[in-house]
Design a protein around this ligand. Structure first.
Ligand SMILES: Nc1ncnc2c1ncn2[C@@H]1O[C@H](COP(=O)(O)OS(=O)(=O)O)[C@@H](OP(=O)(O)O)[C@H]1O
Length: 347
């Protein structure tokens, strides 16, 4: 009888141990399934390290960041991540915009910024706030590349700077968005704009004849002509300052972006709160092009210069016209320097 009871107790213990083992086994199987881990890591996935930091850790021996090694064709991180389930890339609205100016060097700036592992940028100009606003924010978001938490999403549309509706619309998307404007001597900018017009519309009237018209007080500057009107930076900036504090805007010196790209990029990275990863190591001066080019652009290991539409030959403008335009822009430029607290040195 006692023997039988003892056997009954042992059987109970055995059953208990077996059940415990089953529970442990199920728990182990559950946790080691990546699907479940991904579930627990479901977005928003906040990684304690920025992509730049992870990039450096993993590529300590390689001094050239190239987004290509981190993304597949859809822009989804792959090869770089040590554990793919740590990463959840999503499409987000931009936190920074290059809003202008047309012909200021906006494409160059965007391409330079794309070298940064913490930047994800839309390739073409969305023109959302000036032309396609009625398509809605979901449409706009769909144009953005996928980005990880910690990465800054950006786009460039130089028309925004001069578009009357854009400041209010951008503000209603985000009060905190960072705004970058690449500015360049308004006269050179106008000539660059004109060179583009000529390339698209051969036979167009001369720059001089479009720049001036007969007014009541004799020949006057035709400030309504778009290439000249865009250069009235102070006037356009006023509209943005009605919505955003000046600390939220950064003005890139367009001329210096050509002569000292790394120096300008240091300021831009600081403004965006990024580590200074894009440096002089990334640029070389291409004598044939006459501009700085990239040693290894995003998505390629080959040196790359911007295309033929960037760095066009400018027509020679008559001295008298240059003098009059310089006189015309002087007070506008001075006002602009006062507004931004920086003298760009345009004559
Ligand atoms: N690295 C590099 N390579 C080539 N071009 C460079 C570079 N950096 C600045 N720039 C200047 O960029 C000018 C074109 O400006 P944008 O890109 O803003 O033009 S656009 O508004 O998008 O059409 C373009 O103007 P143009 O020289 O008049 O063609 C260039 O002067």
């Amino acid at each position: 009888m006692a023997k039988g009871r003892c056997f009954q107790l042992d059987a109970k213990k055995l059953l208990f141990v077996l059940s415990l083992a089953m529970v442990c086994l199920s728990l182990y199987t559950f946790l080691s399934d990546p699907g479940h881990v991904a579930y627990w890591n479901a977005q928003p996935s906040v990684h304690p390290l920025s992509v730049a930091q992870l990039y450096r850790k993993k590529n300590a021996s390689d001094d050239m960041p190239a987004n290509a090694s981190r993304t597949d064709s859809s822009g989804t991180p792959d090869a770089m991540s040590t554990n793919a389930t740590d990463w959840t890339a999503t499409k987000r609205l931009p936190q920074a915009l290059i809003i202008g100016v047309k012909k200021g060097g906006t494409r160059a700036l965007l391409e330079f910024l794309r070298l940064h592992p913490d930047v994800r940028a839309a390739g073409s100009e969305p023109h959302f706030f000036d032309r396609h606003y009625d398509r809605g924010l979901d449409w706009y978001r769909s144009l953005m590349p996928k980005a990880l938490d910690g990465q800054i999403v950006m786009e460039k549309t130089p028309r925004y700077f001069v578009s009357a509706d854009s400041p209010a619309r951008v503000h209603s998307m985000s009060h905190e968005v960072k705004l970058i404007v690449v500015v360049r001597d308004p006269i050179t900018r106008a000539i660059s704009d004109y060179a583009q017009i000529v390339s698209k519309t051969p036979g167009v009237a001369s720059f001089e004849s479009l720049s001036f018209r007969n007014g009541s007080a004799g020949v006057e500057v035709n400030s309504q002509w778009s290439p000249l009107w865009i250069g009235l930076y102070a006037q356009h900036l006023e509209r943005w300052l009605a919505y955003f504090p000046s600390a939220q805007l950064y003005f890139v010196h367009g001329e210096r972006l050509v002569t000292d790209p790394a120096g300008e990029m240091a300021h831009v990275q600081d403004f965006l709160g990024l580590e200074r990863i894009v440096t002089d190591k990334h640029f070389y001066f291409n004598q044939t092009k006459g501009f700085p080019c990239l040693k290894k652009p995003e998505g390629s290991s080959q040196p790359h210069c911007l295309g033929r539409t960037k760095g066009r030959a400018h027509p020679q403008i008559q001295e008298e016209a240059m003098r009059k335009l310089s006189e015309f822009y002087r007070p506008h430029n001075v006002r602009f320097y006062d507004m931004v607290g920086k003298d760009f040195g345009w004559q």
